[in-house]
Design a protein around this ligand. Structure first.
Ligand code: PBG
Length: 308
């Protein structure tokens, strides 16, 4: 009877699995704080993607973790960068899988911030140029969707204009529209080696107490041409997923169950303090029930296996 009346159903088709791409071949380097996630080289990513597709998961979100970083994040918009290489390889070898690329600079800057540093702070408008170049270079490599996560003002409009001018008018933008300056990104920063070397991200990411501002950020991104929106993190901000769902009824929306949300469940489960499978399924169901159409989650594979 519960099955009959269940209102919210999980489906692997609504999952996207984030992957961390590193240089080399045959590399599978465990990320300590997010077991059993690994940093993987392009060839390993292709193999992973075959399995991901077979599990019915719709896509992957690619992050590059380069060995060389510099002041100007040149690895982010290099046509031969890690995300670009991985995108080309996955689209060639596993064509049925959606490739979403994270468009940001923090993994590529020596200082770990999301943009150009001028006088100790990120310069919004110079950073827009980097983001546009990255998005175009991802599209050129075959990305199905580009997803800016930097939180600079005006980036959706800038990226849209860049994509259209580059002949990629059909590539949609999934905007990390409401992204909070959250402690729950902690494990990711180990995974992506993107911890800021000074200060924090509060000059560009949102204040956790602000709900009205989140709705404004989403509205602005939609005006600028975002095709899909995201609330991030998901679990601690379910109220905002619901508010956004009620307010922006006709736009696809994602929730990003971020690294800290994942690692907390993994750590508690490892200690036997919580049931892994049930915590995983309940947390994902809640994100969907709140109103997200799809979920970026490190649980994509085990959850898909349970559903399959
Ligand atoms: C920025 C970015 C971050 C995450 C996704 N994109 C980190 C940050 O803003 O510091 C976090 C994702 C996670 O914690 O799983 N490129």
């Amino acid at each position: 009877m519960r099955r009959l009346v269940r209102e919210t159903r999980l489906d692997p088709a609504n999952f996207i699995l984030p992957l961390f791409i590193v240089a080399g071949e045959g590399v599978r380097r465990p990320i300590g704080s997010m077991p059993p996630q690994c940093q993987i080289s392009v060839d390993v990513a292709v193999e992973e993607c075959r399995e991901i597709l077979a599990l019915g998961i719709s896509g992957v979100m690619l992050f590059g973790v380069p060995e060389e970083k510099d002041e100007d994040a040149t690895g982010a918009y290099d046509d031969n960068g890690l995300v670009q290489q991985a995108t080309r390889a996955i689209k060639r070898e596993v064509p049925g899988l959606l490739v979403v690329t994270d468009v940001c600079n923090c993994e590529y800057t020596s200082h770990g911030h999301c943009g150009k540093i001028i006088d100790g702070d990120v310069d919004n408008d110079i950073t827009l140029g980097w983001l546009t170049r990255s998005a175009v270079s991802h599209a050129k490599a075959g990305a199905d969707i580009v997803a800016p996560s930097d939180m600079m003002d005006g980036r959706v409009a800038a990226i849209r204009a860049g994509l259209d001018a580059g002949g990629f008018s059909k590539v949609p933008i999934l905007s990390y529209a409401a992204k909070f300056a959250s402690v729950f990104y902690g494990p990711f920063r180990e995974a992506a080696d993107s911890t800021p070397q000074f200060g924090d991200r509060r000059s560009y990411q949102m204040e956790p107490g602000n709900a009205r501002e989140a709705m404004k950020e989403i509205a602005l991104d939609l005006e600028e041409g975002a095709d899909m929106i995201m609330v991030k993190p998901a679990g601690p901000y379910l109220d905002l997923i619901r508010q956004a769902r009620d307010r922006f009824t006709d736009v696809p929306m994602a929730g990003y169950q971020v690294s800290g949300e994942y690692s907390m469940i993994m750590a508690a489960a490892e200690r036997g303090w919580i049931d892994h499978d049930r915590a995983m399924m309940e947390s994902l169901t809640s994100i969907k029930r709140a109103g997200a159409d799809f979920v970026l989650t490190y649980f994509a594979k085990p959850a898909a296996r349970m559903l399959g």
